[in-house]
Design a protein around this ligand. Sequence first.
Ligand SMILES: NC(=O)c1ccc[n+]([C@@H]2O[C@H](COP(=O)([O-])OP(=O)(O)OC[C@H]3O[C@@H](n4cnc5c(N)ncnc54)[C@H](O)[C@@H]3O)[C@@H](O)[C@H]2O)c1
Length: 251
Amino acid sequence: MTAQEFTGRTALVTGAASGIGLAVATLLAERGAQVAVADWNLDGAREAAAALVKTGAKALAVQVDVTDPASVEAAVRATVQGLGPLSLAVNNAGIGGAIAPTGAYEPEDWRRVLATNLDGVFYSMRYELPEILAAGGGAIVNMASILGTNGFAGSPAYVAAKHGVVGLTKTAAIEYAPQGVRVNAVGPGFIDTPLLKDTDPAARDLLISLHPAGRLGRAEEVAELTTFLLSDRASYVTGSYHLVDGGYSAR
Ligand SMILES: NC(=O)c1ccc[n+]([C@@H]2O[C@H](COP(=O)([O-])OP(=O)(O)OC[C@H]3O[C@@H](n4cnc5c(N)ncnc54)[C@H](O)[C@@H]3O)[C@@H](O)[C@H]2O)c1
């Protein structure tokens, strides 16, 4: 393999067995990174890592439950032990959660979504940052959503969690910029991944109509922006929230 922009760099991607995380892990590996494919779905992570290894990349499947700080700490340790000093991370694992208006949202559904989509991003940065500092710097992307800045009826927990991810991103960026760590958030519009598998055709058409581009996004389109933000080409980009949404937020 010829040297590419991520050659020699170790990346950890959570939620990498499927959808956006899988597309990000694949693009990072194509561009030379050694990639920890982290997911609570271990079979899926193994399958994805094996596919990357087949292309000549160095990849490792790691089981992680991002709602559990001990599990995240162990996954970060396994990544460093298996692939070397960590300099890149994409905190992407997430769930859609139940759909109900705020006045009828079950507290346990709220907790589950917040635990995965917000606590999970905090725990990930909590254990990644010391390793990235030890490696001499690097970059983190947190996967937010257009719902990190817009409301969405029926998804109070998801919207609150994603707004939280944007705030957490800005705070970590301010804290660690002097030490050579950039932290950004990505806000995808609705993307055609297994996350939307339970969406019926009418609801899907409605979602499409919210995007001036006239279609849902592709995971690969989110991966392009994410890998740009991780790369040295984005060396002056930190603490910001970047949309990839087919025009959704421009309306
Ligand atoms: N698909 C969309 O429309 C869309 C839009 C905006 C933002 N996002 C965000 O992008 C991220 C990825 O979503 P996707 O569409 O690729 O979904 P997906 O369902 O295809 O993939 C999510 C992955 O996360 C893993 N995961 C879930 N909970 C986990 C946990 N506790 N610990 C470890 N892994 C866990 C799943 O096993 C799965 O492999 C999520 O944070 C999601 O909120 C998605």
